[in-house]
Ligand binder design. Sequence first.
Ligand SMILES: [Mg+2]
Length: 185
Amino acid sequence: MLPMQRRSRSSGSETGSNQMRLTRASRYVRSVELIDVDELKAHGIRCVLVDRDNTLVPRDTKVAPTDVRAWLERLRQAHISVCMVSNNFHTDQVCASADDLGCAVVHHAMKPAPVAIQIALVTMGVPKEQTVLVGDQLFTDVVAGNLAGIRTILVRPQSRKDLWYTQLFRIAEQAFLGDVSFEGE
Ligand SMILES: [Mg+2]
């Protein structure tokens, strides 16, 4: 078990298949601001790669909540660097968010392909062992992190608003998640 890995109710389904391993996050937490910064630090995390849409910035309001901003500030104070890794094709909006939130950014990430994660690691100058990826989608964020060999934390989407194809993925996602329990729920 990885240091940050938490047992969930579904962890007993050890199918051993690659597919299951790729879609298994290291942790499941309700929202980013509930991820304890001191705990990350204690586990040697020096960099957080984080998804944008519905992880930091809700798709409905498009404004990062105060709690998210406070969490990012706690990361900064703990000297943990943050890089936004977003699939969103609207580069101007992604860069504006990264600028607003004080993050580095890799846009057009094409997750679940792991290339953007590897670019982010090089850009941030951190080894994968000291990095965690946080995101709200199993088939993009978690799979990308697993393919890149870094720890992952899956959070619940901040809003119910999603792109139409993401809504389809959510249905399959729920089937994969089963009865996984999220910390904070
Ligand atoms: Mg997202």
